[in-house]
Design a binder for this molecule. Sequence first.
Ligand code: CIR
Length: 256
Amino acid sequence: MSLFKRAIVRPPGTNFSDGLTTVDLGQPDVSKALAQHQRYCEVLESCGLALTTLPADDRYPDSTFVEDTAILTDRCAVVTLPGADSRRGEIAAINDLLPQFFEEIHLIQEPGRVDGGDICEAGEHFFIGISKRTNEDGAHQLAEILSSYGFTSEFVDIRNIKSILHLKSGVAYLNSKQLVVIDELADRFKGYEVIRVDAGDEYAANCVEINNSVLVAAGYPSFALRLQKDGHQVVEVEMSEFQKMDGGLSCLSLRF
Ligand code: CIR
């Protein structure tokens, strides 16, 4: 397992609540979101990551979900073209930033669209979700780029699964070669040991392993306990305000 050294984050802007959402959980409280983001950053630092913080940008209310703007690997970076038109401008800041860290940078081109939240890295293999945000053209472009660096990939079509926005809203890869999945995705991953989240705990499926810790959304104690019993070190993080805007733990950072 390779260790992550860095992460890119971006705090929510003052108009965070103007972003896109499909869930009906009420308006997020921006000051609470800022406090949760701050705590999230502290947890990343406690996992050993050095943070690069992009400035909040009110032109893009969803820009705190920085994961959607790039796919970062140990060999290259790919800047995406987000599927939602309102989010396309978010890639400018990541485009400017990545040359500091990556020599090999690729861009998804029109008519391709890719949201990083649809891309689940599983060691040398990538699951590429085809969703309302990531189209087939974008998925093919990304698969080709990844393949040129020796990675394999496969597509997972989630367009018929209404309960999730992105592939990673319903699946997470753990270095133990386990996949945490929601029920509706459980039969899509042959050859992997699958940990199904219980009904009602679907939001917790978007967990993130960073170095030796698994970050899990707070409020799902039986899921957290199950991971602990399986030998994982679990850190719970309050995510309520981001959940209201369809965002999970992974979306708030780019780790590399
Ligand atoms: C959006 O709809 O694009 C944002 N409100 C949420 C994006 C969440 N990102 C992610 O799951 N990777």
